[in-house]
Write a protein that binds this ligand. Structure first.
Ligand code: ADP
Ligand code: GLC
Length: 586
């Protein structure tokens, strides 16, 4: 998950002098200046690049005078740029699904964010950046996803990217021209444009520490807009995600105000308010090159001395969304507002919550290649037992399909309520109950779960690693899944769990509250077990209620399993809500 976990340390040391100028390739030019990428994907043919056509925006008054817009899209180092021929990297042209396109007007949308499955994912943001654009294509949207080209993106994708062009861009007070390369990949009707710059994106992990991340995402936000201008692709909507892309609306309304892009409406989606991109004002001012007037208390400034990139984005965007209605409400309270509750209350008129979905092609127990025994709601009861046995064997647990297997798949951080789990672990495990943990994160939690595995050999298994394939096998083989989060903007693991007939046990917060209806023993309705106050005793009570139903009233449990599998947790209705928002704004 996006993180700026690292404490502030020293100011960014890299000075202008140290920074090596990026060799801008002498090249032919970007592919067609005006493209309709989704359509091109269908056609499956990438045209040969033509001569560079660098847009010089009209003269920019005021803000632009301090940091001229044209500098954002300047000619390439005064040398005519050339584009490497694209023939070595064919565009992947998976056919766009033939689903009927809903009858709403077409809108073009640029998604800008810091991660996207399967290229790079550290948490749910990566899932959403992949699945939502794909779902929007089916709602008559033309979508481009703009991402950093991190070095850690697997080679299988890197080699398929097509070079779209490069230009130089000014960024900060050092006056240098920074290289911006555009590498393109088209897949499932969505165009992915990767911003290439080795100086910023060459570390192994997308997020390292704030000292490096602040300049990295200042650069990314500006380069993303400059790339749109360069490609002459002017979307109706620019949809930004989390603090890493939060400066985009700020740039849009300042340094890019006099470019064609400024007609686009900006949306900022908060996936996790905890991370805001906060650093001292001089550093952010230096790296962003933004005009002085945005560093005021209504926009970027917090605590008189710091600048908050997320806060600036919230101020300058036309609409703010977050990933569930309950979280949209919670973040306006001091308890969940992470010091931005007053700011969010001020902007409440443009704030709304739209719950996430999951991608049904990836999360489908009937076709999932990672699952040993595929199943649907019709045969889940039989096949889940087979998957449970396979999971127990794989993880070295006692093989017994009669036991209740409780899974936990999570980043191991304070957000996820793991101190509650630690507090009651010895009361969860018994002769009939096993626990499987899959996660990485804070050493404190990694170590405590390792301890429990050791203390309860054959009953507890702690997989301290990140493993997509294994996560699918746990969703398929476990009976229940714990999500006792302290706060949870949406949460995807409970959705994956329900889709795989695994009963969620969740705290009633954020998206967990919006997606898991509590089991009602009198009406035999609901999707899982829930508790409200953040309290280990209440979590234990919820787990015990689950155990009671599982062991004493299996018929009702089994019905819940089938109900969960049939619940609609797809992107369909949420993508329709985003589309409606796009239409309202344009
Ligand atoms: P967050 O984004 O806060 O981490 P979400 O529930 O929104 O939480 O998304 C987490 C995503 O990451 C889910 O798709 C989940 O399956 C996946 N995930 C989390 N930890 C692991 C892990 N250790 N191995 C594989 N997948 C994981
Ligand atoms: C964040 C949140 C999580 C949400 C995800 C995708 O990482 O922690 O609750 O599901 O973003 O929106």
């Amino acid at each position: 998950m996006p993180t700026d976990k690292t404490e502030k340390t020293t100011e960014k040391k890299k000075s202008a002098a140290e920074a090596k100028p990026e060799p801008v390739k002498k090249a032919k030019a970007p592919a067609e200046p005006k493209t309709e990428p989704a359509k091109k994907a269908k056609a499956g043919a990438e045209k040969k690049p033509k001569a560079v056509k660098v847009k010089k925006p009209e003269a920019a008054p005021d803000a632009a005078a301090e940091a001229p817009v044209e500098a954002a899209v300047p000619p390439v180092e005064t040398v005519p740029a050339k584009v490497e021929p694209a023939e070595t990297a064919p565009v992947e042209t998976a056919p766009v699904e033939a689903d009927p396109v809903p009858d709403t007007p077409r809108r073009s949308v640029a998604f800008i964010g810091s991660e996207c499955y399967p290229f790079v994912k550290t948490g749910g943001l990566g899932d959403v950046m992949y699945a939502l654009p794909k779902a929007l294509v089916k709602h008559n949207c033309d979508v481009k996803v703009i991402l950093p080209r991190y070095r850690c993106i697997p080679w299988e994708y890197q080699q398929k990217m097509v070079y779209r062009g490069a230009f130089g861009m000014d960024l900060c007070a050092d006056g240098r021209s920074y290289y911006v390369g555009i590498m393109e990949y088209v897949w499932d009707g969505v165009v992915y444009d990767f911003i290439d710059n080795e100086e910023f994106f060459s570390s192994g992990n997308p997020y390292t520490n704030l000292v490096d991340d602040i300049p990295k995402y200042c650069y990314f936000a500006k380069a993303a807009l400059a790339a749109l201008n360069y490609m002459d692709w002017i979307p109706d909507i620019i949809h930004c995600h989390d603090w890493q892309a939060a400066l985009v609306p700020v740039y849009l309304r300042t340094l890019f105000e006099n470019t064609k892009l400024s007609r686009a409406r900006a949306i900022l989606t908060i996936h996790n308010l905890k991370f805001q991109g906060v650093y001292n004002i001089p550093t952010i001012k230096y790296w962003s090159g933004l005009p002085d007037y945005v560093f005021n208390k209504d926009a970027l400034t917090v605590n008189w001395v710091d600048a908050n990139m997320l806060k600036g984005g919230l101020t300058y965007s036309n609409a703010i969304t977050t990933v569930s209605p309950t979280y949209a409400w919670e973040i306006q309270t001091p308890a969940y507002g992470e010091n931005l509750d007053a700011h969010l209350r001020y902007h409440a008129g443009k704030l709304r919550g739209i719950v996430n979905g999951i991608d049904y092609d990836i999360w489908n127990p009937l076709t999932d290649k990672n699952v040993p025994h595929n199943y649907s709601a019709a045969d889940v009861l039989k096949q889940k037992k087979a998957n449970k046995r396979a999971l127990q064997e794989e993880l070295g647990l006692q093989v017994d399909e009669g036991k209740l297997v409780i899974g936990l798949i999570s980043r191991l951080t304070d957000q996820k309520g793991l101190d509650l789990v630690n507090a009651i672990m010895s009361q969860i495990v018994d002769d009939y109950t096993q626990v499987v943990i899959l996660g990485t994160g804070d050493a404190m939690y990694e170590d405590s779960f390792r301890y429990y595995e050791n203390a309860y050999k054959g009953t507890v298994c702690s997989c301290i690693l990140y493993d997509e394939a294994r996560s699918h096998r746990i969703y398929a083989g476990a009976d229940a899944l714990l999500v006792p989060s302290r706060f949870e903007p949406c949460g995807l693991t409970q959705l994956n769990a329900m889709r795989y007939g695994t009963v969620p046990i969740v705290r009633e917060t954020g998206g967990l509250k919006d997606t898991v209806e509590p089991y009602n023993m009198f009406t035999n309705t609901g999707n899982g077990f829930t508790f409200d106050r953040y309290d280990a005793g209440l979590l234990l009570d919820a787990i015990n209620r689950a155990k009671t139903l599982y062991f004493e009233n299996r018929w009702c449990w089994d019905e819940m399993v089938q109900r969960d599998m049939e619940k609609d947790v797809s992107w369909d209705s949420s993508a329709a809500q985003y589309k409606e928002l796009y239409l309202q704004l344009t």
